[in-house]
Design a protein around this ligand. Structure first.
Ligand code: BTN
Length: 332
């Protein structure tokens, strides 16, 4: 990738933290680019809604901001980090996962993030669609390039769910929990879904696209999901900043992902995950095709499988690709 890819975000970061004007000359020295390139980035920031004063012989100063979803507002918080260091924000795309795959094929770095205000063809798991109206939800896809066998990639989805759950708790104070393996729920209703897609050879993962949809300020849902879905606004009675939640997610995800890559498993994260698990010590139905059996859910293994005690009192493990879990009185 070109050196000045995340430059706009880094300039914003500098302006946000500067006590005085920052000169164009200083900026061009820092980034090793011409003053015209700096001016172009400043112009792009003002187009995004940042109010930047430019005074001859003094330089630039950030005066205010009136921003919606902005790539720079994310990049500015992710300087010297990996996740979200380079971001592309769109008003409308078909699906952020589709676009992220195209960026990944073009060779962007790990941590590259695609965000859109709405999706015209948002996709959910099992061929379902994902309702993606404008102005209210987060629709984003994070590109990862882990050096792990393809069979371990479902663990990344688990970490994604954990990072959302922790981010939501931090920002809203709500009691968000995880429904195994990675749905995030509040008061028994779903606020987030994850669709992970993969390009891999037999012995090598080319890239993973972690696609995340969060119902943030959503007030109404389509008929078919209105009994099982909720939003952060419905639960907290507050309108929330999507940017703040994205940044909080990226921060949490970076830590959890590093731990997973270091260990090669979820070993170091099992306890933290189990504390967030809504199914823990609850009776659930384990559903496998047409078959449905009752069990007691206990927690996860270091591979991300669900530990259950079956009706004969015997401990078993079930895998997420093979079964799904429902609470015996409803969704959880
Ligand atoms: C689910 O069915 O629970 C998964 C939903 C995943 C939705 C997200 S929104 C951003 C990304 N782009 C898509 O088309 N889908 C995922």
């Amino acid at each position: 990738m070109k050196r000045n890819q995340g430059m706009k975000g880094e300039i914003l970061h500098l302006l946000q933290h500067a006590s005085d004007y920052v000169s164009g000359q200083e900026l061009s020295k820092i980034f090793g680019v011409s003053r015209t390139s700096i001016w172009k980035s400043i112009k792009a920031l003002t187009d995004e809604g940042y109010e930047i004063e430019g005074i001859q012989k003094k330089g630039y100063r950030l005066v205010g901001a009136n921003i919606g979803l902005s790539a720079s507002a994310i990049e500015a918080e992710r300087v010297k980090k990996i996740m979200g260091r380079n971001v592309r924000c769109f008003e409308e795309v078909t699906s952020t996962n589709d676009l992220a795959k195209r960026f990944a094929e073009d060779g962007v770095e790990e941590g590259f993030l695609v965000v859109s205000d709405r999706q015209s063809a948002g996709r959910g798991r099992r061929g379902r669609n994902w309702s993606s109206p404008s102005g209210s939800g987060i629709y984003m896809s994070l590109i990862l390039r882990p050096n792990i066998p393809a069979m371990k990639t479902p663990m990344i989805t688990i970490i994604g769910g954990m990072a959302i759950c922790k981010g939501v708790r931090k920002i809203t104070g709500l009691d968000a929990q995880i429904k195994w393996p990675n749905d995030v729920v509040i008061n028994g209703k779903k606020i987030c879904g994850i669709l992970t897609e993969l390009s891999a050879e037999i012995d090598h993962v080319n890239y993973v696209v972690l696609g995340i949809g969060i119902n943030v300020n959503t007030e109404e849902f389509p008929e078919e999901i209105k009994d099982t879905a909720t939003s952060l606004k419905i639960e907290s009675k507050k309108t929330l900043s999507r940017i703040e939640l994205i940044n909080c997610f990226l921060e949490e995800f970076e830590r959890l992902y590093q731990c997973f890559i270091q260990d090669g498993s979820l070993g170091g994260l099992v306890e933290e995950y189990d504390r967030l698990l809504v199914n823990r010590d609850r009776e659930v139905y384990i559903i496998e095709g047409e078959k449905k059996k009752k069990a007691l859910a206990k927690g996860i293994t270091k591979e991300g499988h669900l530990r259950i005690v079956n009706q004969d009192g015997v401990e078993e493990e079930v895998m997420s690709g093979e079964v799904s879990v429902r609470g015996i009185y409803g969704y959880v």
